[in-house]
Each structure stands twice: as C-alpha cells, then as structure tokens.
Write a protein that binds this ligand. Structure first.
Ligand SMILES: Nc1nc2c(c(=O)[nH]1)N[C@H]1C(S)=C(S)[C@@H](COP(=O)(O)O)O[C@H]1N2
Ligand SMILES: [Mo]
Length: 316
C-alpha cells in the first residue's frame, strides 16, 4: 500500500506535525502493535494536494530502538560543516556553491593494493544499503538519520591493509574557492579524522553516499562521508577525498585545536562530561524535552568489546 505523505493544503507550520503523525502511524503498524491498522489508514480523509515538503514513499524510517527518523528538512537544514559556516542554519544555502562532481577518493598508505576510486566506481563496486542511525553531536543535540551507503570494511578489504597497519586517516576536500569557511586561518584545514583499524572494520562504520534514498546533499557531506554512529558527530568526516592506512595514530582536527576537550576516541559517553558541559543528556532535534544519552549512543552491544580494559575517561 501507499504511504505517501500527502495532505490537504496546510500552512507550512503544520506540515511537520502532519508528517510526524502519519509516520508514527506507519511505525505502529510496522511494530505490529495495532491489528487492523490498514482499516484505520483507509479511514483517513481523502487526500488531495501535495505539500511542498519533500515527498517520500514507503514505510516510516525507524531505528532499531523505535526512534523515528528526523525529517529530510531537519537533516538538511541544521548542519555542522565548518568549511562553509560555523552557523548551522547558514550551511545549506552556502552549500549551493559547491559542485561534488566529478569526485575521486584516493585510498593509500599501508595497503597492498592502493587505488584511486571514481565516485561512480564506489557505487557500482559496493552494494548500497540503508542504515538508520542515531547521530549524537558533541554539542549535545542529536538526530536519527536514514543513510544509504556501504561498510567502510568492504573498501578496506579491497585494498588489503598490511600486517603492520593499525589506524585509518580520512581527509576532507580542500576548495577554499567554493568553501568560504576554509579561508579562516583559525582552523587547520583540510579537516581530518581518524579511526583505529578495528573501529574502521566494524560493521557499523559506514561510508554514506546518500540519505532518504537521495544522493547525498552537499551540506551533509556530498558525495561521500563517514558515519561512525557510536562516536560524537565530529568523527563522521564529510566530503572525503583521501583515506590513508597508517601505523601511527592520526591527528584529528578538533583534537589539534583543543586536545583537552576533544580526544581521538570521542565515543559517546554520558558518564564523561565535556569540560564545559554535561554529556548526560541531549536535545533530539524536533523534540521538546531532553533525552538521556546512551552509552556508545546505544550501540554498546556491537562496539563495547573494542574498548575492553581501556579507561574511557582517559581515552575520551
Ligand atoms: N569536513 C567536515 N566534516 C564534519 C564536520 C565539519 O565541520 N567538516 N562537522 C562534524 C560534526 S561536528 C557533526 S555533528 C556532523 C554533522 O553531520 P550532519 O550535518 O550531516 O548532520 O558532521 C561532522 N563532519
Ligand atoms: Mo558535532
């Protein structure tokens, strides 16, 4: 059956609650909580005109904990992307100046088969899947985002890391002509990030190429960005042009600027506060009351083993 988010003409201020209502109905159905919900759906008033908000077919996007995904509007208009602006609402309009095609990703360093991949090659070589992940920013807000992409592990296996390899370093594109924020000398551009090789090989770690089934919007890191859902959002580096397998721990931009505030690991941890604010709770975009932050952002079952025996307040 159809799940198109249609509505009778409404003011734009009413569109999101309407979408939320319809999506929640789909969630209840998907969870099998209410029998006969098809009849309930059939009783909805006749639908006439499309809204101007993006329209998506299919069942509501819900993560494995039952959290509904944020709307496309929310995900694409509230962005941290300092290459464009430090103002989250200003990123989307500025991103119109950036052209992500053509694009290549160089995979190099301690690998048997270094290779530069065209973006289209990555799409055809590695099957694309949907992953609905929570994203928890170190600033204590969060979203739920339905990404499309493929496991970073698939790409790394293809280039064959050597026995000595222990870390992976990622680098964002440097194009100050198109990214005005890169004119600021305060930040050590290009943005870089890193993972331990076993973190990079974990099945949760995604190279995302889209969201809501659409090509990745520029403001979210077009055409390809990392998503590491159990770590603070700054680890999920956008618009990647280079991936380097290394023996030594790579630098990451926020740790370079403020090593006492931002570490290498950056695992979401409600028990280890940022020096300037608590990490115990978070504001989910689109919600009124705060939520408790979950250890490893709720992904402990898949990743806690990676940190066995480590002091997580030392290795923040
Ligand atoms: N290159 C680059 N990657 C980046 C950032 C950035 O400023 N530049 N911001 C990070 C931060 S702090 C967060 S919270 C997420 C936000 O991702 P989103 O805008 O897709 O929600 O991107 C991360 N990746
Ligand atoms: Mo963030």
């Amino acid at each position: 059956m159809s799940h198109r988010f249609k509505s009778t003409p409404v003011r734009s201020s009413e569109i999101t609650p309407k979408e939320t209502y319809l999506a929640r109905r789909d969630f209840i159905k998907a969870a099998g909580v209410i029998a006969g919900s098809a009849a309930l759906a059939a009783c909805l008033p006749a639908q006439a005109e499309e809204t101007t908000a993006p329209q998506f077919d299919g069942p509501a996007k819900v993560d494995e904990l039952g959290n509904m995904a944020n709307t496309y509007e929310e995900i694409t208009n509230y962005n941290n992307y300092y290459e464009f602006s430090t103002n989250k609402e200003a990123v989307a309009p500025l991103a119109k100046n950036f052209n992500p095609s053509p694009w290549t990703v160089e995979v190099t360093g301690m690998v048997a088969k270094p290779k530069t991949f065209g973006f289209e090659d990555l799409l055809s070589l590695f099957p694309q899947e949907e992953r609905i992940y929570r994203l928890r920013c170190v600033e204590a807000w969060s979203m739920v985002i339905p990404w499309n992409g493929f496991p970073l592990a698939s790409l790394l296996k293809a280039v064959e890391p050597t026995k000595e390899a222990k870390y992976v370093r990622f680098e964002t594109v440097y194009r100050p002509e198109e990214m005005k924020g890169q004119s600021s000398a305060f930040y050590p551009w290009p943005y870089q990030e890193g993972l331990r090789l076993d973190e990079a090989m974990n099945d949760l770690t995604l190279l995302a190429t889209g969201l809501y089934g659409e090509t990745m919007p520029v403001q979210n890191g077009a055409p390809i960005r990392l998503v590491v859902p159990w770590k603070y959002g700054f680890k999920s580096i956008k618009s990647i042009v280079k991936i380097e397998v290394m023996e030594d721990m790579p630098e990451n931009l926020w740790r370079t600027i403020a090593p006492n505030e931002y570490g290498f690991y950056a695992n979401v941890n409600p028990n280890v506060d940022h020096p300037r604010w608590s990490q115990a709770s978070e504001r989910r975009i689109g919600e009124l009351s705060r939520r408790e932050t979950l250890m490893f952002n709720g992904y402990g079952e898949q990743v806690a083993d990676l940190y066995a025996g480590m002091d997580l307040s030392e290795n923040y």
